[in-house]
Design a protein around this ligand. Structure first.
Ligand SMILES: Cc1ncc(COP(=O)(O)O)c(C=O)c1O
Length: 410
């Protein structure tokens, strides 16, 4: 079964645009179903939660449903493991602030040099409390994180390892389950940034045995808000960051200071509405759990993405003056379609500005993974050129890009 691309595209009204949008790792287009859910919330239940009158009860039920269904989507054990928030950056800062209350001077945290700064800076801020930060550096030959390098910097003081599921520049998928096992064996916890991964692959937090997992809905066909998953027993033990009178037993409320963006949280249900509808359209059994339906649907996405990546990789690999920053394969087993490259002796902005003229939106820069770009010595070249596709992109669009790039790169 192939992905029914015409049906997929009908779900994204903003794709009726003369521009080809290939900056999706920056932010994807929104599903009509998300807009519908938001409208529904705002028009029918936009009152303060927690009161005894019926409309307030409905608002509470709606938000509860959002947490429950999002929990099912990533296979959390319960809805109280789901914390909604403004952005991934904010949620990671909130989580780090909570850790800051319990860690002791001399405790250690490992961050990478290839994550988006969101999952580095939040943890590095704890240095001022005497927490030691160690850096797990990417291997610059194969652009991969190696476990033996992690082994060299972990010790009995290591409390947490913060790592990405897929870099928003390199695009290589990271075997989080393997890292989690390694980290847990050494007595530490793991916090995974899934922002660049979730638009492409299904996530199963239980299977990966992850402690904390975070992603933003605006990269996953939704709105500008985000979700942090935390294992129940850890959320119960960690100190909250809410007001002093909010009970420490109240998970996840003790991690959600202020009113969250209720309509955006409820809007996220449009993403799972879409997945369920697409699953049924593609003959995936309706008896499966939402997480299993997602796995099947995202498998179709993976195959489609491989088809899209193939001509781009062929072009980039055929040019001797181009270096791909990441895997040079189009296999969905090793990468997602976030493809970055540099051209020998050419500023990255110059390439992108040429592509702009073809009404194709790609992008250059460091994409807030600044440490990676600095370590690669690419700041002076204005970072990398990044093409980032998602499943609503078509082969026709890719062919248009390849023709344009071929001309520009000659
Ligand atoms: C991999 C990755 N992590 C984190 C973020 C930050 O997300 P937010 O804007 O929700 O803070 C981004 C945004 O580009 C990202 O690509």
């Amino acid at each position: 079964m192939k992905l029914k691309i015409e049906e997929v595209r009908k779900e994204f009204p903003s794709l009726k645009n003369e521009w080809v949008l290939m900056d999706n790792a920056g932010g994807s287009q929104i599903l009509q179903k998300v807009i519908n859910r938001m409208n529904d919330y705002l028009l029918n239940s936009n009152v303060q939660l927690g009161a005894s009158y019926k409309v307030s009860e409905l608002a509470g039920k709606n938000i509860d449903e959002a947490n429950r269904v999002m929990g099912e989507f990533i296979n959390a054990r319960s809805k109280s493991e789901i914390i909604m928030g403004g952005s991934t950056t904010m949620l990671l800062n909130q989580l780090a602030a909570s850790f800051g209350k319990v860690l002791k001077p001399g405790d250690e945290i490992v961050v990478t040099d290839c994550d988006h700064e969101a999952n580095i800076g939040a943890w590095r801020k704890l240095e001022r409390f005497g927490i030691v930060i160690r850096e797990w550096q990417i291997n610059l030959d194969d652009f991969r994180l190696h476990l033996d390098d992690l082994g060299k910097i972990m010790n009995d003081k290591t409390k947490l390892v913060a790592v990405t599921n897929s870099s928003n520049i390199i695009g290589t998928t990271i075997d989080v389950k393997e890292i989690t096992g390694y980290v847990h064996k050494r007595g530490a916890l793991i916090c995974v940034d899934g922002v660049a991964y979730v638009p492409h692959r299904a996530v199963d937090v239980q299977k990966m045995d992850i402690d904390f997992y975070v992603f933003s809905f605006y990269k996953l066909y939704g709105t500008h808000s985000a979700l942090l998953y935390g294992k129940q027993e850890l959320l119960e033990k960690l100190p909250g960051i809410n007001h002093y009178f909010i009970d420490e037993e109240e998970v996840p409320y003790k991690f959600q200071p202020g009113n969250q963006n209720y309509e955006l949280s409820y809007g996220a249900l449009g993403i799972t509405d879409y997945i369920s509808e697409m699953a049924s359209l593609h003959g995936i059994s309706s008896n499966l759990s939402l997480n299993n339906k997602s796995k099947e649907f995202f498998n179709l996405i993976k195959v489609h993405e491989e088809e899209l990546m193939n001509p781009i990789m062929d072009l980039l690999n055929s040019k001797s003056n181009i270096k791909i920053i990441g895997e040079d394969s189009y296999s969905g087993d090793v990468r997602v379609p976030t493809i970055s490259f540099i051209v020998d002796g050419v500023m990255s902005n110059e390439i992108v500005e040429q592509v702009d003229k073809h009404k194709i939106g790609i992008r250059y820069g460091h994409f807030y993974a600044k440490r990676l770009i600095d370590n690669l010595g690419l700041e002076k070249q204005n970072g990398v050129v990044r093409i980032s596709l998602v499943h609503y992109n078509t082969l026709d669009e890719v062919n248009k890009l390849v023709t344009a790039l071929d001309e520009i790169l000659n």
